[in-house]
Design a protein around this ligand. Structure first.
Ligand code: TYD
Ligand code: MG
Length: 453
């Protein structure tokens, strides 16, 4: 009985704890992901205490200088970080294996090492492999220190001796600490190792990048369990088989979330994509039904993307509503509004909606474009290719304004669009609409339908 109290079951996917084993994780619903672990004993200070600020202080006396940032030399990465890398911050870079995490960080570190001491710790590759990759990337990085090591104690000792301004640990899943109470390779171990690195960063002012693989299977902990410990969480994603890579901030204590950086993987490493709207827009030779262009905002930047819809008679009693890159429940809601306030019923049709290019849109400005694409498919009437749209739809059938309308319109004008369907309250004041762009402002759903169809 007694020993039972000393074991817990930890989910490999989400890190949730359970007292009893079960086939499915009660938190995240993953199957067969619970593993028995001995909880880590509060460690009796196995690692050094790093010189730095500690002790209690009145808030007013804490120096309130702005956080010190340094540019990483990549405009895309800097923007996603919220305007550069903050001293002493910990950034978790997650992503599927092979997506380009090591490539991105090696390039970045090589660039940074010209101005500041930089340390790249790899637990996955040999130093020779790192050197070969650097050669292939065409980066020199003469000042960059590299270390192939997986023992946490050794990494911290080296870091303390070198005192780098920036350090990369690639990847956090390969780390192990002998003095930690948790089992090697367990979620608890990964978390404990990360906790020590976070403490090191806070106490010394070294900015730390932790690489974490997103793994569904396998015995390694996913980076999700680390999200709450770090300052910034970036995910590197890609549409399958596409050479474009999206770097997304999902948490940032020093900047906006949902900020998006776009890169292209080339033979010689990652290249920044300065004009992402251009790659997400597919210009069809002839207008096709079921396609509409929307102006969304990712973080602080407007982005033009294509929404596609397919509406087809369904053989099912419960027709399907499938979305890719959008919220599925919202589609159901929009279709209900279309029925109630537009008099257009899709209850016997399957409705599929897809955002082209692997972009995920989470803002409500997609409501109007989604419904217009659905209607276009339903009626088999293409929307002319010079239209762009954005706007939120209310349950009463009203078209509601969205933030930063003018900026969105400017982006549309920049890409040569001629007509914009926007909420009435987003209509720019006289003289402020971008030249060459005709703006049609609508207040209600039926006005929008009448304008396009
Ligand atoms: P990598 O950075 O090793 O991925 P991660 O660290 O996220 O696991 O990227 C590996 C992939 O990138 C690999 O499939 C080859 C490709 N790649 C290029 O296309 N060009 C390059 O210059 C480099 C270095 C890698
Ligand atoms: Mg790697």
């Amino acid at each position: 009985m007694h020993s039972k109290a000393h074991t817990v079951f930890i989910c490999h996917d989400c890190g949730a704890r359970a007292a009893k084993w079960s086939g499915q994780c009660p938190e995240c619903g993953a199957w067969n992901s619970l593993a028995q672990t001995t909880p880590s004993k509060p460690s009796t200070r196995p690692f050094g205490h790093y010189a730095g600020e500690c002790g209690v202080k009145p808030l007013a006396e804490v120096a309130r200088t702005d956080e010190m940032r340094f540019a990483t030399g990549s405009a895309e990465l800097d923007r996603v970080l919220g305007g550069g890398l903050v001293q002493g911050s910990v950034v978790l870079l997650g992503g599927d294996p092979g997506i380009g995490k090591s490539t991105l960080l090696l390039e970045t570190m090589a660039r940074l090492s010209g101005n500041a001491p930089a340390l790249y710790v790899t637990g996955e590759e040999s130093l020779r492999q790192v050197a070969l990759r650097a050669k292939r990337l065409g980066v020199r990085g003469e000042g960059l220190q590299v270390l192939a090591e997986t023992a946490l104690e050794a990494i911290l000792a080296t870091a303390e001796e070198q005192r780098p301004a920036v350090m990369v640990v690639d990847s956090v899943q390969t780390l192990h600490g002998a003095a930690l109470g948790s089992a090697p390779g367990s979620v608890a171990q990964v978390r404990d190792c990360a906790a020590h690195l976070v403490r090191f960063a806070k106490q010394t002012g070294t900015a730390v990048f932790l690489v974490g693989h997103v793994t569904k299977e396998g015995q390694l902990a996913g980076p999700r369990v680390l999200e709450h410990m770090v300052d910034t969480v970036l995910y590197f994603e890609s549409d399958s088989a596409s050479r474009f890579r999206l770097l997304r901030a999902v948490k940032n204590r020093f900047g906006a979330v949902n900020e998006l950086g776009v890169f292209a993987m080339t033979d010689s490493g990652l290249r920044e994509v300065k004009n992402p709207s251009a790659i997400f827009l597919t210009r069809h030779g002839v207008p096709v039904a079921g396609s509409g262009i929307m102006v969304t905002r990712e973080g602080t930047r407007p982005l033009l993307v294509e929404v596609q819809a397919l509406v087809a008679g369904s053989p099912l009693t419960h027709p399907r509503r499938v979305t890719v890159g959008l919220d599925g429940t919202r589609l159901a809601m929009l279709l209900a509004v279309l029925h109630r306030h537009g008099g257009i019923c899709t209850s016997t049709d399957d409705v599929f909606v897809n955002v082209v290019g692997g972009v995920r849109v989470s803002e409500t400005a997609s409501d109007l474009p989604v419904l217009m694409a659905v209607l276009s498919s339903l009626r088999d009437r293409p929307i002319a290719q010079d239209w762009v749209m954005f706007g939120e739809l209310g349950l009463a059938g009203e078209i509601r304004p969205v933030p930063n309308g003018e900026e969105r319109l400017q982006e549309a004008a920049k890409h040569g669009f001629k007509r914009a369907l926007v909420p009435a309250n987003n209509k720019p004041r006289r003289g402020r609409s971008p030249s060459g762009l005709g703006i049609v402002a609508v207040e209600r759903l039926d006005q929008a339908v009448n304008t396009l169809f």
